[in-house]
Design a binder for this molecule. Structure first.
Ligand SMILES: *Cc1c(COP(=O)(O)O)cnc(C)c1O
Length: 390
């Protein structure tokens, strides 16, 4: 057995000297936070890397989302997905808005746009879908529905750094998109995040909200919070950006290794299967998949989700996770439980049926994937998974 533990992600660390070099001038200026030079430089750089009109850096992805919703002065219900990280639903609830859970598509696990309209009431103010695992939501359908009903659209793009549809940056869809630059994400600033937007008024509001509403020494324009990104964090981002393309390439190599070794196994659904029709047998009662993540989509290889259908594979995902853990390999059940199943929301909200999300949450594991992972470890993981088959 190999001694070294393998986790679902491993934080990318740039060369130490390079980071030290990047922060050297902070000692000359002693300007280490409050929208300094690195902050400005990173915002500029991200506009072009992400292909978006404007970027507002934040202390983390959650505050980006929370303040983005606050900046829009929303009231009422927000249609969202329960198949996500806690942050998405919490950001809605913490703004005194009511999350309304929409089911997901069985093929790419993003919000099922065909089920949105049934959930719209006269209290609905916005739609908050998630580009989960970096998979592109059905942006056209969502946009159409939002326009028809006068709703805002805010995308949680925390998983989708660098994803492009054609030459269009993923962060340019909707009224705004948020990214997370947490240490475990594809691109990171240790902790950090950003809102991408196009309306200058929204940008102004975001600036107020992340800096106590302070406009100048004597003008406080609103009840703001503090969600500023420090110069040290921005510096980490500037260094990491130089490695982003190489990191995505290394991720792609691991990703392709998984696909090569796991394809065609009955009972396992891997990302490339999302374009194939599902059978009644392996996923009951579900429709044929759509294909918005078409050939032009540039992926970021953020996660490698595998859906294990026990009826066909023999073992369930918990058995597979246990088998791997015995070899010091730690997969994650992203996303289980659904946020709608958290105690705090069960008590608060009426129950909405989301059978597809229920099924996926109960049968998915995400495999280890990071730029520093070895190909041979990916192969070994596949072999171990195959030994679970009965
Ligand atoms: C990571 C994540 C967030 C929150 O980002 P932080 O930077 O950790 O605050 C929000 N939504 C999703 C889907 C995430 O995965």
């Amino acid at each position: 057995m190999k001694k070294e533990k393998i986790y679902v992600t491993k934080t990318f660390m740039p060369p130490f000297e390079e980071y030290v070099e990047e922060i050297r001038d902070l000692w000359d200026s002693s300007w280490i936070t409050n929208m300094g030079a690195k902050h400005a430089e990173l915002e500029e750089a991200l506009k072009s890397v992400l292909g978006v009109p404007a970027v507002s850096l934040m202390s983390n992805g959650h505050m980006a989302l929370e303040l983005c919703l606050a900046a829009m002065h929303l009231e009422g219900e927000v249609i969202t997905t329960p198949f996500t990280f806690a942050s998405t639903t919490h950001a809605i609830a913490r703004n005194n808005l009511t999350p309304v859970f929409c089911d997901i598509r069985p093929d790419d696990f993003t919000m099922d746009a065909s089920k949105i309209e049934d959930l719209i009431t006269d209290r609905t103010c916005a739609i908050l879908p998630v580009h989960v695992y970096g998979n592109v939501c059905d942006v056209d359908a969502i946009d159409k529905i939002a326009k028809a009903h006068g709703l805002k659209v805010i995308y949680d793009a925390a998983h989708a750094f660098g994803v492009k549809v054609g030459d269009r940056g993923i962060g340019s869809f909707g009224d705004a998109s948020i990214f997370s630059f947490h240490a475990t994400k594809v691109f990171h600033t240790v902790e950090g995040g950003a809102v991408c937007y196009s309306s200058p008024e929204l940008g102004q509001k975001l600036y107020e909200l992340k800096n106590f509403g302070i406009m100048d020494e004597t003008t406080i324009t609103g009840i703001g919070a503090n969600a500023k990104m420090s110069e040290f964090h921005a510096a980490m981002g500037l260094v990491n950006l130089r490695y982003h393309n190489a990191n995505v390439k290394r991720r792609q190599a691991i990703y392709n290794t998984y696909t090569e070794h796991l394809r065609g196994i009955s009972g396992l659904r891997i990302p490339e299967d999302t374009k194939k029709p599902l059978t009644q047998e392996n996923l009951p009662g579900l429709r044929t998949p759509s294909d918005t993540a078409g050939p032009l989509t540039q992926k970021n290889y953020a996660y490698y989700p595998v859906v294990i259908e026990k009826t066909l594979f023999g073992a369930d995902r918990d058995e597979v996770a246990k088998r791997l853990a015995a070899e010091n390999i730690y997969v994650r059940k992203y996303f289980y439980p659904l946020t709608s199943d958290y105690q705090c929301y069960r008590e608060l909200l009426p129950h909405v049926d989301t059978p597809v999300a229920d099924h996926i949450a109960a049968s998915v594991i995400t495999l280890p994937l990071s730029p520093s992972m070895e190909i041979e470890d990916a192969v070994r993981i596949c072999e171990l998974i195959k030994t679970c088959r009965r």
